[in-house]
Design a protein around this ligand. Sequence first.
Ligand SMILES: Cc1cc2nc3c(=O)[nH]c(=O)nc-3n(C[C@H](O)[C@H](O)[C@H](O)COP(=O)(O)OP(=O)(O)OC[C@H]3O[C@@H](n4cnc5c(N)ncnc54)[C@H](O)[C@@H]3O)c2cc1C
Length: 406
Amino acid sequence: MSKKTVCVIGAGACGILIANRLSRKFRVTVFEREPVTGGLCAEVDRTGPNRFNHFFSQNDKNLLAEIRSVGLGDRLFWKKAGQIVYPEDQLALDLNGPLDILRLSGSSFWQTFTALAALFLLPRQKLGKMSLEQFFRYFGTVPLMPQALSYKFGASAASVSAAYLLARCKEGKNNRIGCLAGGTRELFNAWENSLKLRGSIRTNTLVTRIMRETAGWLVQTAHGNEERYDILVSTIPLMETAGIFPGLMDSLGPDFSLNYLSIVCPIFRLKKPLSSGRWLFISSVSNEEAVCVDTASLTGENLVYFPIYYPAGTLPPADPVAKFKRFLIRINPAFSPDWIQEEWISAAERVEPVLSPRLLTLRQSCRGRLNSLYLTELADTGNMLKSLDGCVEKSTLLSKRIMEKC
Ligand SMILES: Cc1cc2nc3c(=O)[nH]c(=O)nc-3n(C[C@H](O)[C@H](O)[C@H](O)COP(=O)(O)OP(=O)(O)OC[C@H]3O[C@@H](n4cnc5c(N)ncnc54)[C@H](O)[C@@H]3O)c2cc1C
């Protein structure tokens, strides 16, 4: 019996990984509209840095296992990852553990002492049930805590447990972030090479339409080609899949919608390091909280990038580069524009959907309804947002499910 055929739309991390896994059982073809694979991880240009210069955390268990399994374990390297906050009109403050947080709070010696003693003496279970806010309220260090917490955790500050603080305290300044020596491109090269042994990738090929047939799917491309496949996996945003398959939203039901964020991201290559930190949390009254990632000396280059998120479908913020330069001066008053060697600006039309409890319920209820059309955004995983680790997790789960079913 001949193998079933699979079409994967998109050669970002999810697409190329799913294709690799499925090619063990099926004949797989990946369609990618760009000239290179990588999607959001692709390069800004052929000679430039990886777009967003991806890095990993030590908690990225799925991704690290994947990196090792494709033989790139010895290309990984780790650096300490100091975090610094730049609250409005304040000097830079380290934020790497409870001591730093307590210092931020302006509490008395006695309050600091009791809070720390409680942190180490209370049973872990109890800390797990107590939110950080409750913890600090209880130990009387409330005044500046909400400010410090929201710099660090944004909107989810209220749900962070006190056990997190203990974990951070133990990790302390040994917290590290990792990178591949040659950037995420190395990973994509390894995935591409293994896929090419058993399947194929067609770059420069935009999928313009998909149509359901009695048995399988008809796929049309911008070149005017039409091909038939038994199984279809779309790794592009749900709304874009709906654009090429108008029946999709009806199949998902009347209540179905996903929220996306868009992003505009200036990246600068600097002649010298900007700071001693890696993650810089910046906040200002005139601008929503922003994260500036300073990868100084992580990759041997001084790259700094400044992702500004905005709701999909609305206009991007005006003049992000000028805004960024103002922040650079705040981070390092010695900064001057002649430090900039090169600059890029990239605008991602999408960031992954914003995860909500409602989406989780919908995901459960959509299972199986679409019959041989699989959407990564409905893949059954708890880690959907914005990380390569999440991509590995959801691709592995979804490909397992497809192999079991077909
Ligand atoms: C600013 C920023 C920084 C990040 N930093 C990190 C980080 O440091 N570490 C980390 O782990 N993760 C990071 N991430 C997250 C990571 O980039 C994403 O999770 C991952 O790249 C998403 O992969 P994907 O395959 O789901 O989607 P995408 O990468 O978007 O892939 C979709 C692919 O489909 C293609 N495509 C679209 N439409 C069509 C069509 N009609 N026909 C054919 N092809 C099509 C696109 O060209 C693209 O290649 C970051 C993300 C952003 C935005």
